[in-house]
Design a protein around this ligand. Structure first.
Ligand code: NAD
Ligand code: TYD
Length: 353
């Protein structure tokens, strides 16, 4: 995509990754008109965007992507020429508790957006783009060796990954059937600031700080490939502007860690920052019942993105984790706000208090 003026819809911009993407685009592209469309579910928080909300090239619209009439009205109002689609139900454990919510937003919501883009852009697909942000979890689970490439067959195992896989298939179906201009990326696990504390890293930071048990599923031997969220946002920027139409790009950190090793590293960092006696926080580690269908290992081969478009991760994991821990320690009010209300109810249900 060229870098002249754009009229962009970013869905899910009030969430974790979406807020980093919105911030990057608002600051980097003053000539773009950027509209953040978000339903503000439990995971969406406008506090995440305080620093850019007054920017003249930024607008927020509260809307649900499953509400076709509302989304059509926004298209009539703003005449979008591009969409970066991040809005989703995003947490595997919640998908196990309530799979249909994931079908509704991730499958139906994506199809509704695709359909509206098809109608709005029919006959004039030039300089239009539907960018679908997806996950490496669509590829299923690896053994102890090997990597996911763009050619790896989809084999989703959780309701979350099945719903994302389904949405990916619909995106490609709209490309092949209707010629909708699309691009798609599948990224590994992200970490960084503004990450909702239901996910491993922010949950552990919050529990260590509050001297609460650190619930490690199973034996803690599952492996994830971690990427700093700003590096994901930079990859999305690169693919949005330079990616080839109808292509998929894998995004990853070249950074595999066992869960238990991350939890131990976080305990060491937090002991130091909170001036606790070394070893204090690690005593909170509690092995709990494993997640059903728990994928053993994810690891991304991001070679295509690197070779074709020149992207690579910028931060070492230890450095990124230090920055992340500092952000959580400095932003107590944010944590308090997002963990009040619904969070406690979910936490008690998930960890069976
Ligand atoms: P998140 O849960 O933090 O944020 C999701 C956002 O979408 C929230 O602001 C929420 O209010 C909004 N939303 C949810 N349902 C909506 C609906 N029906 N209509 C409008 N808005 C709605 O998620 P995240 O971790 O930032 O993930 C963003 C995207 O990136 C998702 O598509 C996810 O599948 C993908 N992804 C996430 C990761 C990760 O590690 N978190 C990795 C790869 C890909
Ligand atoms: P999570 O952050 O939920 O991401 P995903 O399941 O999408 O990879 O979990 C990361 C890993 O941490 C995963 O293997 C599950 C594990 N985990 C725990 O051991 N305890 C927890 O309380 C949570 C939330 C996750």
């Amino acid at each position: 995509m060229s870098t002249d003026k754009r009229r962009m819809m970013i869905t899910g911009g009030a969430g974790f990754i979406g807020s980093h993407v919105v911030r990057l685009f608002v600051n980097k592209y003053p000539g773009y008109n950027i509209v953040n469309v978000d339903a503000l579910t439990y995971a969406g928080n406008l506090e995440n965007l305080r620093d850019v909300e007054a920017s003249p090239n930024y607008t927020f619209e509260r809307a649900d992507i499953t509400d076709a009439a509302a989304i059509s009205r926004l298209f009539e109002k703003y005449h979008f020429d591009s969409v970066i689609h991040l809005a989703a139900e995003s947490h595997v454990d919640r998908s196990i508790l309530d799979p249909l919510a994931f079908v509704k937003t991730n499958v139906m919501g994506t199809c509704i957006l695709l359909n509206i883009c098809r109608q709005q852009w029919s006959g004039d697909p030039a300089h239009k783009l539907f960018y679908h942000v997806s996950t490496d979890e669509v590829y299923g689970s690896l053994g102890s060796t090997g990597y996911f490439t763009e050619e790896t067959a989809y084999d989703p195992r959780s309701p979350y990954s099945a719903s994302k896989a389904s949405s990916d298939h619909f995106v490609m179906a709209y490309y092949h059937t209707y010629g909708l201009p699309v691009v798609l990326s599948n990224c590994s696990n992200n970490y960084g600031s503004h990450h909702f504390p239901e996910k491993l890293i922010p949950l552990m930071i919050n529990n260590i700080k509050n001297n609460r048990p650190l619930p490690v599923y199973g034996k803690g031997e599952n492996v994830r490939d971690w990427l700093y969220v700003d590096d994901h946002a930079r990859a999305i920027d690169t693919i949005f502007h330079k990616g080839r139409m109808g292509e998929k790009y894998n995004i990853g950190g070249f950074n595999e860690w066992k869960n238990i090793d991350i939890v131990n590293l976080l305990c060491r960092i937090m002991d130091r920052k909170l001036e606790r006696i070394p070893g204090t926080s690690a005593r909170l580690i509690t092995y709990v019942k494993d997640r059903p269908g728990h994928d053993l290992r994810y690891a991304i081969d991001a070679g295509k993105l690197n070779k074709e478009l020149g992207w690579k991760p910028s931060l070492q994991f230890e450095e990124g984790l230090e920055k992340t821990v500092d952000w959580y320690l400095e932003n107590e009010a944010w944590i308090k706000q997002v963990t009040s209300g619904e969070y406690q109810h979910y936490y008690d249900k998930q960890y069976q208090k």
